[in-house]
Design a binder for this molecule. Structure first.
Ligand code: ADP
Length: 477
């Protein structure tokens, strides 16, 4: 492909370094090798951390204006390279190209916003309760940040973490997903062109267990920010405890999407299609369980099936609606979940099989009669399947929605304002979409309740996770 190099190194201290081994990056569409990346062993990972620590000492002394200007250069370069980056995202993740374009814009918006927020780091001055004293706080960058990102948003998850950390005055060592590392490595190139000083943004790839262990136990690293599975999040949290690292986790979800009887059904279906099928259902805020009021469920199913019939499945580069799943593991999970639901009495209303294209494709699937004991109800499906549950009472649907260890995103459609307020109060979720299937914006404090994670990213407070607060009491008398 013209858009990417045949080989990529590790980015350490502003230089591309050949690692001790390498790894092939595959296209999930056809399993073909699209590029080769260097991987780091323990010593190389530690060297990257040491360089990052060294860079922090000078970067944290750059003025806010200076950091902001460099980030604005970075933003402009990402926008200028939109086409190239979108192609790479689609080639390594399989997502449809139109979604990759949206991801580049969404990911770039975090850089622009962080550049602006770098100029607005402020703190509090208090009226002292006693005479002759000044009480105030100051903010300082937390230190070296380790960022570990998932495959499903190869660009936006990187920029959401890295641009806020860098804007706050931190240096970063990134470990992107081994499934989609090239987008991140291209961002690394652009960061150098934008004027990031050497060592402010380092990228290492390699065995996640080995690198994860280094990043979560090394004393020079003061913060870990992770987006990925709950299982790995818990491991990082445990490992980080030995050095009491500050940690932000954005983990799995099990989003309910609720259609009340008074909803505009056509609008609800539009919102649902967006919340369900983006990235073939492989996002942490994907609608994972569809709850529909009994009085409208038959008509809703008919309308939904009509929409499912119109979805084009195929090569993401050809503007299809649904691309391949990311891996064999992901496909096996979907097959297992659907099989488990069928065995326990669910009804397949549409789809239910691997797609005739073969490979990692799965049919858009609607499953009704879903019960609490089924995997499709309890677990994150991460695929183009819709487990549907009918309900009759508001309390019943809210209790069922909350009946999960997760608490990331929830969606509901209604025109009734009293129901809106009750639902906002009662849904145990960090982010709620009302009459909308889209909640992603740089203004969203992205994150979840319960086992969906700790902390928030983006929003007005996007720099806070990367800043420490110092309190000062000054007796000036
Ligand atoms: P997913 O199932 O969505 O791929 P993972 O949690 O496995 O979620 O992956 C998210 C990120 O975590 C990836 O960058 C992956 O390489 C990394 N990762 C996987 N295992 C570990 C580990 N043991 N320690 C640190 N990072 C890990």
């Amino acid at each position: 492909y013209i858009c990417m190099k045949k080989n990529y190194g590790l980015l350490i201290n502003g230089k591309w370094v050949k690692g001790s081994s390498s790894l092939n990056v595959l296209n999930p569409l056809n399993d073909k090798i699209i590029s080769k990346i260097s991987t780091a062993n323990i010593e190389e990972s530690i060297e990257a951390v040491n360089n990052c620590h060294y860079a922090f000492k000078s970067w944290s002394k750059f003025s806010a204006k200076n950091r902001s200007d460099i980030l604005k250069n970075f933003y402009n370069l990402v926008k200028k390279n939109r086409k190239k980056l979108s192609e790479i995202i689609t080639l390594e993740s399989g997502k449809p190209i139109q979604e990759s374009n949206v991801e580049v814009d969404y990911g770039a918006s975090f850089i622009e916003w962080s550049a602006e927020q770098a100029l607005r780091i402020n703190s509090d001055v208090f009226e002292s309760p006693e005479l002759g004293k000044k009480l105030f706080t100051i903010k300082s960058p937390i230190g070296v940040v380790a960022a570990i990102t998932p495959w499903n948003f190869p660009l936006a998850m990187v920029t959401r973490k890295v641009s806020s950390a860098v804007a706050a005055g931190c240096s970063v060592i990134l470990k992107p997903s081994e499934l989609t590392p090239i987008t991140a490595l291209e961002l690394g190139s652009m960061s150098l062109e934008a004027g990031f000083p050497p060592g402010v943004f380092n990228i290492i790839n390699g065995d996640p267990k080995i690198i994860g262990e280094v990043l979560s136990t090394n004393t020079l690293i003061k913060k870990i920010t992770f987006t990925g599975s709950t299982k790995v999040g818990k491991l990082l949290m445990k490992n980080s405890s030995s050095t009491v690292k500050n940690i932000s986790l954005e983990l799995g979800g099990n989003a309910p999407f609720i259609v009340f009887s008074d909803a505009n059904l056509d609008e609800a279906i539009d919102g649902f299609m967006m919340a369900k099928f983006r990235n073939a259902g492989q996002t942490c805020i994907s609608a994972n369980r569809l709850f529909v009021h009994k009085s409208v469920s038959n008509i809703f199913i008919d309308k939904l099936i009509n929409r499912l019939k119109r979805l084009n499945v195929g090569d993401g580069m050809k503007s299809n609606d649904i691309g391949p799943l990311i891996s064999d593991k992901a496909l096996k999970k979907i097959i297992d979940h659907v099989g488990d639901a069928k065995k326990k009495g669910a009804k397949i209303q549409f789809g239910g099989n691997r797609h005739k294209l073969g490979g990692l494709f799965y049919e858009p699937t609607l499953i009704s009669n879903v019960k609490k004991n089924m995997k499709v109800f309890n677990k994150e499906n991460f695929g183009p399947i819709i487990p549907m549950i009918e309900f009759e009472k508001d309390d019943e649907v809210i209790n069922k929605s909350n009946d999960t260890d997760y608490g990331l995103a929830a969606y509901f459609y209604t025109k009734n304002s009293s129901r809106v307020w009750k639902n906002i109060n009662n849904l145990e979720y960090g982010m709620i979409g009302i009459n909308s299937g889209k909640i992603s914006t740089y203004l969203n404090p992205f994150g979840g309740l319960k086992e969906s994670g700790i902390g928030r990213e983006g929003s007005l407070q996007c720099l806070d996770p990367f800043l420490e607060t110092k309190f000062v009491l000054w007796n000036y008398d």
